[in-house]
Design a protein around this ligand. Structure first.
Ligand SMILES: Cc1cc2nc3c(=O)[nH]c(=O)nc-3n(C[C@H](O)[C@H](O)[C@H](O)COP(=O)(O)O)c2cc1C
Length: 168
């Protein structure tokens, strides 16, 4: 699939704004992800406010993309009413990848910014956005139209010696 081959982490964006209808498509893609026992632990906070984006950018040494992207999607995972809480971060990762591939499909670029599993980052984010105990911050997807020099482009990371057929 083209979107898988050309998706790159984009950390430099054009000034072009991202319409809410595109954000809607991204979140629909996220919510279509598989999850353990279909528990769908995700919620999303869409962030456009400059001061909020700058705050996220200061979360860690390689979080700066949050400030330069027109939109940050803060992915939240439910902490209650879960049948398999130990699998929540796997569920969330599936949703994140869906969002990032849908973004390529729509001509957008994304980069995933780590929050989980670092407690200090989780608290930093939860405090700012006054998150209730029923959700926990999972990660941030910074997104926008890639700047001209940072377009999604194809790489091939195929390595035959990583594959073991039938026995190791
Ligand atoms: C779990 C995970 C955490 C990541 N965290 C960050 C991050 O905090 N900041 C960042 O700039 N990129 C982050 N990335 C992006 C990776 O650096 C990037 O995917 C990797 O270098 C491969 O490059 P590509 O995405 O362009 O193929 C993260 C990616 C993953 C999957």
């Amino acid at each position: 699939m083209r979107e898988i081959r050309v998706r790159r982490s984009i950390r430099s964006f054009s000034d072009r704004d991202v319409d809410d209808s595109l954000i809607d498509s991204l979140l629909r893609a996220g919510m279509n992800a598989p999850s353990a026992v279909n528990q769908q632990p995700w919620e999303f906070l869409v962030i456009r406010e400059e001061s909020d984006k700058k705050y996220i950018a200061s979360m860690g040494p390689i979080s700066g993309s949050a400030a330069v992207a027109p939109v940050d999607i803060l992915m939240l995972s439910r902490t209650v009413d879960l049948q398999l809480p130990e699998l929540v971060n796997l569920d969330m990762s599936m949703a994140a990848q869906n969002i990032m591939l849908e973004a390529v499909h729509l001509g957008l670029g994304t980069v995933f910014l780590t929050v989980v599993p670092y407690p200090e980052r989780m608290k930093y984010i939860a405090d700012r956005f006054k998150l209730p105990d029923t959700v926990a911050p999972f990660g941030v997807i910074a997104l926008g139209y890639p700047s001209w020099d940072r377009l999604n482009h194809e790489v091939d990371r195929y390595e035959e010696d990583r594959i073991h057929w039938g026995a190791y």
